[in-house]
Design a protein around this ligand. Structure first.
Ligand code: SF4
Length: 220
């Protein structure tokens, strides 16, 4: 499938979901709608969002930031207390340790700021390419392709890419998509994955891009 096709798919999805879609970092990454999308909050919330559902991320983020309002406060917090607050997001001990360590590194090495370069972001605990891309896209407005499970799954189902890891999906999508549309990919495919192309229950009969999908099921 070529560039023109993914642009057409994004056009259709944007017509359907428009302002309802998950952007920037709202439901796809677990941020509360009223939050400012500053890099620090986006970074911490995206770490929390790993291997859990959006609602759980939101709960954990709200609980954490209602008690610890700043990077400094989290950096000096006890792991057990942070773990208890973020428990709704799962893996509380691992995520609490990573979040506290991230705050310490940001304060020590980056003057309390979140770095903008992917290579620097990847040095932080539990920050992989998806988290780095989401932080760059949603908090810094740097064109990036943020590949979460929905994006990886649906673009493979549709035959836009043929990849076995989110990292390869990101590379392929960057190759076949005009740069000006990179930010739309997460926004619209996540929404599509939440309401129509749900995992294990795709509603192909209601899908507005079914005619361009390699995995369409006509009896759905
Ligand atoms: S046609 Fe079905 S499998 Fe393909 S994108 Fe639409 S809902 Fe998903």
């Amino acid at each position: 499938m070529d560039k023109k096709d993914i642009s057409l798919i994004l056009d259709r999805l944007s017509e359907k979901y428009g302002g309802d879609a998950a952007y920037p970092g709202r439901s796809s990454e677990g941020l509360s709608p009223e939050w400012p999308f500053d890099p620090f909050h986006v970074l911490i919330s995206t770490i929390l969002s790993q291997r859990t559902k959006d609602d759980n991320t939101r709960k954990a983020s709200d609980r954490l930031f209602s008690v610890y309002g700043t990077m400094e406060e989290i950096a000096s917090a006890e792991t057990e207390k942070v773990a208890e607050l973020i428990r709704p997001a799962g893996f509380p001990n691992q995520k609490a340790g990573a979040i506290i360590e991230t705050c310490k590194i940001l304060l020590r090495d980056y003057g309390g700021k979140v770095p903008t370069q992917t290579e620097e972001l990847l040095k932080l605990p539990m920050v992989g390419r998806k988290t780095a891309a989401c932080v760059r896209a949603y908090a810094m407005s740097i064109p990036s392709v943020c590949v979460d499970t929905h994006v990886h799954r649906i673009t493979n189902l549709m035959g836009l890419v043929d990849t076995d890891t989110p990292e390869k999906t990101e590379e392929e999508l960057m190759r076949i998509t005009p740069k000006k549309r990179w930010m739309d990919i997460n926004r619209y495919f996540v929404r599509h994955g939440q309401v129509i192309c749900r995992p294990n229950r795709p509603n192909c009969g209601e899908c507005i891009v079914a005619d361009m999908c390699d995995s369409r099921k006509d009896d759905a």
